[in-house]
Design a protein around this ligand. Structure first.
Ligand SMILES: [Zn+2]
Length: 381
């Protein structure tokens, strides 16, 4: 594991995929190149008729189904999948052979290629595919359901990305990577598959805590049968939700992808050997819960005019696709007394804060620069 981490940047990092905008067009040449190493098939077509390719990797008895970019704008786990493929192809055989002999992985890198193209969470019919597991109203949902039924996986990896607003209860750090062992019923019973998912999460958490201490979160486990993870857990496959989040100043999510990659390898090593599932649920629930307690930038001790009380101006970036790139546009999210955690803080020291034209700042306003007293701060990344 240590050598793998040391070698990551030079040997396994897939440099052809970078930044937040990852589409079918970006991954197709890579898949073409992997044709001689792994089986590659087409699962079917999206609403707009784009291919949904998947890879079959390994020949082992333990079956893993992984899908990423079910939400089209959540690309970090996809980048980490290609780092994983690079490792499985180029890593030392003494390390990779036991994984490939023990496991068969079916990997869908982009389940929602239309959403990926538009940099949208939803599919082309504006449906959230992670709220369509029961209804199966969309072609992408049906295809995932069909491959699940045909393959009968032991383990499912539901791979997502979370917004920068997520932190952890009782912590000043962002939720860099969060997990969930979804419930299989409204009672949130500790079913056998859920227990396996919890044990695997705990082991990944233990490994990651050494690398990014206090930045691992646990998602709320309220049962929703229309969420894919809950539905598959209910069907008896151990299912784990991954949510790749924010790491300090890493808006392109190039650092966090490495931690997702390490988590994948750790998980594959675990399931490639016989593993004991002890009664782990108590420790699992000690992982701090995810909470919305962050904004991107906050301006503290601000006044709106000379008579105003001291306020906090919270700014969120809106992620906008412009000319094939994601641009982070700062917008005023809130002006008030509450003080969140922020990825960047500017102390106005009681001075008046205006927009660049000297006008009052307003909620929802796009604000690339802010005037604090007679100083101007650039809010763009
Ligand atoms: Zn998602």
């Amino acid at each position: 594991m240590i050598n793998m981490i040391l070698d990551y940047n030079t040997k396994y990092f897939e440099s052809r995929l970078k930044g937040r905008y990852i589409t079918l067009e970006h991954i197709k040449p890579l898949l073409d190149q992997y044709k001689s190493n792994f089986e590659i098939h087409n699962l079917g077509f999206s609403v707009r008729g784009l291919d949904i390719p998947y890879l079959k990797v390994g020949t082992g008895a333990y079956k893993i189904l992984a899908w990423s970019q079910m939400h089209g704008n959540e690309s970090t786990t996809t980048k980490a999948i290609f780092d994983l493929l690079s490792y499985l192809k180029n890593g030392p055989k003494t390390d990779t052979a036991p994984i490939l002999e023990a496991c068969t992985l079916l990997i869908i890198p982009i389940l929602n290629p239309d959403g990926a193209k538009d940099y949208e969470r939803l599919n082309a019919n504006k449906v959230d595919l992670n709220r369509d597991a029961k209804t199966l109203s969309q072609p992408e949902s049906k295809l995932l359901h069909d491959i699940f039924n045909g393959f009968k996986p032991d383990l499912c990896l539901n791979l997502h990305g979370q917004r920068t607003i997520f932190g952890l209860s009782g912590s000043l750090k962002p939720a860099t990577l969060s997990f969930l062992a979804p419930a299989a019923d409204v009672e949130k019973s500790l079913t056998p598959s859920r227990n396996i998912a919890m044990a695997l999460i705990l082991s990944m958490n233990e490994m990651l805590q050494k690398l990014i201490p206090n930045q691992i979160g646990r998602y709320d486990d309220t049962f929703n049968p229309n969420c894919v993870g809950d539905a598959f857990q209910k069907l008896g496959a151990a299912t784990i939700l991954f949510e790749a989040g924010h790491f300090h100043e890493d808006y392109d999510r190039e650092k966090i992808r490495a931690y997702v990659f390490y988590a994948y390898i750790h998980l594959l090593n675990l399931v490639s050997q016989p593993f004991n599932i002890k009664n782990t649920h108590k420790s699992y629930f000690l992982i701090p819960e995810n909470t919305k307690n962050f904004c991107d930038i906050q301006i503290i001790n601000a006044r709106l005019d000379k008579d105003s009380e001291i306020l906090t101006i919270s700014i969120q970036f809106s992620e906008t696709l412009i000319a094939e790139k994601i641009v982070f546009i700062p917008k005023i999210h809130e002006i008030g007394n509450s003080c969140l955690n922020a990825h960047k803080t500017i102390d106005a020291q009681g001075l008046i804060c205006n927009n660049i034209n000297g006008k009052a700042v307003k909620i929802e306003q796009t604000i690339e620069k802010i005037r604090v007293g007679d100083k101007v701060f650039d809010l763009l990344l």
